[in-house]
Every structure is written in structure tokens, then in C-alpha cells.
Design a protein around this ligand. Structure first.
Ligand code: PLP
Length: 451
């Protein structure tokens, strides 16, 4: 019906077959997709709707973005209002109220003295911005030999050259060559043998942080600018930080004057039951990157939150000088700022971070109940995220995962994602217990089918 389709809009019509051709789809098996497309035309709250009006339960918040659910009225209204007020406002050399207001709100939300916000338009831009801030910080404080960046195996930090360099995905190395030089990596914290079927943070694995000591021994602290990690590695299949791991990283960074960056593009804005994962783990990074949940995905936006000492290091020299030689035409776009302010209001008004925290035990039990389904190798869950590892088909890694997405969408009416043969679920934080049961029931059936 009209209401179910959201905002009384009529669904978009079916696509003509040749309409499918021109769009070169990102991170998608284009040929397989175009044989049997999965198209959504509208959305409301927990559901997407196909062009013919079929409801699809959103098990992945679009792409980990729509934390408060889809097309929420206050966000839609704020964007519509903003679009008629100020189409574009430059933030190089000029400003507009929304940019300053949103930065203040984010600074107030972020823990401790993380209170200066630089805006960009995506997680990838946020990561490259944070890496550049780290390099420029050391330059500004007389440590220009600190140019080395440390990432982590199985890390995902978007698709910019900085992000793929500090990231730890083999496909990037295979596909794009040598990338940035002067980068090294911590090992992944995932160890199935010692961590399998853990809810939340595994007890085993804090010692993986000590590898940073080894890298300091190898490269010398005087050459290292920053360490970047996701508090929970999302895109490579939900790998929660082991207990004590992030604290240990912080201690080692402090000992050697290395900046610590948390990439919170996924973990920010409620996914782990807090505004930021930094709060959950009681660890204050020097820089936080964010995107996705800041605008509930409705308008592209990303950003970096810097601690006072990082920001203040730049605020010297002649006053007319540009302190940070960096920015994007669309940094703090008025529509994104309006969406961001309305989204933060919604998180506050519905207490959605606390809701996610309260839901976590029920969610974790539900996801873990799939433990005995055929073939399941491991299940991980933290906050409102869950991942299920299935065995790859011999000679065809990722094929079973692909089939899981297809069957879930076409046969069960749920949207899930996969990373290779790992099924990943990250529903909006407004999901009800009944919808959790529905999602898990359907995913259970998908596992039985693809196995
Ligand atoms: N960093 C992390 C931790 C992410 O999960 C992602 C995207 O999933 C990115 C960066 C890149 O964000 P975007 O796709 O908005 O560039």
C-alpha cells in the first residue's frame, strides 16, 4: 500500500533490460547481478520495497548507514527544508550556520577532549583526511621524520590510496600494486582457534597489540606517525577487538608519541551501543573518523574528530595563514549538515544508542542460535552486528556467500551482506525483538539452502 512504500510515493517502475548495462556497479559482481538484479525502489523504517512493492527486511542498515531506520520523518523534513534554503555554501573562506552547529554537536557527543571536527563526504575521505592530519601534526610539532603509517591486516579503511595502503585486504594489493610506501601492518586480532563462537569481545588476543612494540623496534618510533585501526573490523567480517587490546594499543602509542586513530565509520553513532566505540572501550584516540550513521545515510557525509592537542598544534603562525592545507568542495555541505543535525536529534530523542545497548544480549543470543546450522564455522557478534562464517565451495571462494545474498533477497525477503563466504548482519537500531527473530529465522533457512 501507499503508506508502506514510504511518504506516499509511487514505486519506481521496473527497469528496461538495457537500462542495466551502463551502470558499472561498485564492489559488485556486475555480470551475476545483471542476470538477476536486486533492485530496491523505496524504503521506510525497517524495510526496503522492490519496484513491484515487495517488502524486504533490511538486515544491514543499507550499508551500515541507516542506524535510525529508513526515511525517518524528521530527517526527510530537515533535508527538504534545507534544500530550499541554501543549495550550496562554500566552507573554504566562508561558512554557513549548519556547519558550525553540527561540528559543535559532534564535539559535544565525542568523549573527552575530542572536540574539533573536520568535514568531508565519505569514510574513504575521512580516512585520508585523518592520515594527512597525523602527518601534518608531526610536521607542525617539529617531528617531520614521523611519516610512517601503521594499519592492520584485515583492516578496511575505504578505497582512497591512503585507506587501501593502511588497510589489510589482499585484493587491494593484488589489484592495485604497491600503493603508499612507508606503511606497515599489525596482525589481525582474529584467531578462530582461540575465539570461536564468542559473543562480544573475545578474552583471547590483547597480546596482538604488543606487535606494535615489535614494529617500533623495527622502524624506530621517530619514523612512525600514526596507527589506525577499526575498534571492530566490520567490512572484513565483524572482528571485535579482544578485551584489553585497544587499551594496550593506547599505552604503546603514548609511550612512543604515536597518534592513535580509531576508524569509527561503522562503529560510530550507536552500532556498538554508544555514540562512539571509544566510549565503550574507555580508550581515547587522538583522531576519530566517522561517516555513514552521522546522516543515517541520507546525504553523503564523513569527517574527522580531533583531540584538542592535535588541533591546537596547527593554530600557530601568522593568523592569515591556512592552518591545514586540505578540504573538499563539499566539506560540510548544507544538505548533509541539515541531515546530520536531524539525525543526531533523532538519536537523542529516541535514545537509540542506549536502545542498541539494551538490545545487544537478545541480539547476540539470537545470532548465536544459528551455531548448529549446517556448515557454520564461526559466529561473531558485538553491538548490533553479527557475522556467520560458512565454508567456501571448493575452488569458488565467495560463491556460497553470493548465493546467500541472492536467496535471502529473492526467496526470504531479507537484505544481508556478505564478505566472501561470511554472512554479515547489521540491522537498524530500531529493530524489534520480533523482527530480530524474523531476520534470524530467515537467515537460518538461507544457511540450510546454501549448504
Ligand atoms: N572505513 C571503514 C571502517 C569502513 O567500514 C568504510 C566503509 O564501509 C570506510 C572507511 C569507507 O567509507 P566510504 O565507503 O564511505 O568511503
Amino acid at each position: 500500500d501507499e503508506m508502506a512504500l514510504g511518504g506516499g510515493e509511487r514505486p519506481a517502475g521496473e527497469l528496461a533490460p538495457n537500462d542495466l548495462e551502463a551502470f558499472w556497479m561498485p564492489f559488485t559482481s556486475n555480470r551475476a547481478f545483471k542476470k538477476r538484479p536486486r533492485i530496491v525502489a523505496s524504503a521506510k523504517d525497517m524495510h526496503y520495497y522492490t519496484p513491484d512493492g515487495r517488502a524486504v527486511l533490511d538486515g544491514c542498515s543499507g550499508l551500515w548507514c541507516t542506524n535510525p531506520g529508513h526515511n525517518r520523518e524528521p530527517i526527510v523534513a530537515a533535508i527538504q527544508k534545507a534544500a530550499g534554503e541554501l543549495d550550496f555554501g562554500p566552507t573554504f573562506q566562508f561558512g554557513h550556520p549548519g556547519a558550525f552547529r553540527l561540528a559543535s554537536r559532534i564535539a559535544a557527543l565525542a568523549p573527552g577532549d575530542l572536540d574539533h571536527v573536520f568535514f568531508c563526504n565519505s569514510g574513504s575521505e575521512a580516512v585520508d583526511t585523518a592520515l594527512k592530519i597525523a602527518l601534518a601534526y608531526h610536521n607542525a610539532t617539529g617531528n617531520s621524520s614521523r611519516t610512517r603509517l601503521i594499519g592492520r591486516e584485515r583492516g578496511y579503511h575505504g578505497v582512497g590510496f591512503g585507506g587501501i595502503s593502511v588497510g589489510g585486504m589482499v585484493a587491494n594489493r593484488r589489484t592495485f600494486g604497491t600503493m603508499l610506501t612507508g606503511v606497515d601492518h599489525l596482525p589481525t586480532t582474529y584467531d578462530r582457534k582461540n575465539q570461536a563462537f564468542t559473543k562480544g569481545e573475545p578474552e583471547y588476543g590483547a597480546h596482538f597489540a604488543d606487535e606494535l612494540e615489535r614494529l617500533v623496534g623495527l622502524h624506530d618510533a621517530s619514523t612512525i606517525a600514526a596507527v589506525i585501526v577499526e575498534p571492530m573490523a566490520g567490512s572484513t567480517g565483524v572482528i571485535p577487538a579482544p578485551q584489553g587490546y585497544l587499551k594496550r594499543l593506547r599505552e604503546i602509542c603514548d609511550k612512543y608519541g604515536i597518534l592513535l586513530i580509531f576508524d569509527e565509520v561503522i562503529t560510530g553513532y550507536g552500532r556498538l551501543g554508544y555514540a562512539f566505540a571509544a566510549e565503550r572501550y574507555g580508550v581515547q584516540p587522538d583522531l576519530i573518523t566517522f561517516a555513514k550513521g552521522i546522516t543515517a545515510g541520507a546525504v553523503p557525509m564523513g569527517g574527522v574528530i580531533a583531540r584538542k592537542h592535535v588541533h591546537d598544534a596547527f593554530m600557530k603562525g601568522p593568523e592569515h595563514m591556512v592552518e591545514l592545507f586540505h578540504g573538499y568542495t563539499y566539506s560540510a555541505h548544507p544538505l548533509a549538515c541539515a541531515a546530520g543535525l536531524a539525525t543526531l536529534d533523532l538519536y537523542r530523542d529516541e535514545d537509540l544508542f542506549a536502545r542498541a545497548k539494551a538490545l545487544e544480549p537478545y541480539w547476540a543470543d539470537a545470532v548465536m542460535s544459528l551455531k548448529d546450522k549446517p556448515g557454520v564455522l564461526d559466529i561473531r557478534t558485538v553491538g548490533i552486528t553479527g557475522a556467520i562464517d560458512l565454508p567456501a565451495r571448493e575452488g569458488l571462494p565467495g560463491q556460497r556467500g553470493y548465493e546467500a545474498i541472492e536467496r535471502a533477497f529473492h526467496e526470504e525477503g531479507v537484505m544481508i551482506r556478505t564478505a566472501g563466504d561470511t554472512m554479515v548482519m547489521t540491522p537498524p537500531l530500531i529493530i524489534s525483538n520480533e523482527q530480530v527473530d524474523e531476520l534470524i529465522g530467515k537467515v537460518g533457512r538461507v544457511i540450510e539452502k546454501v549448504m
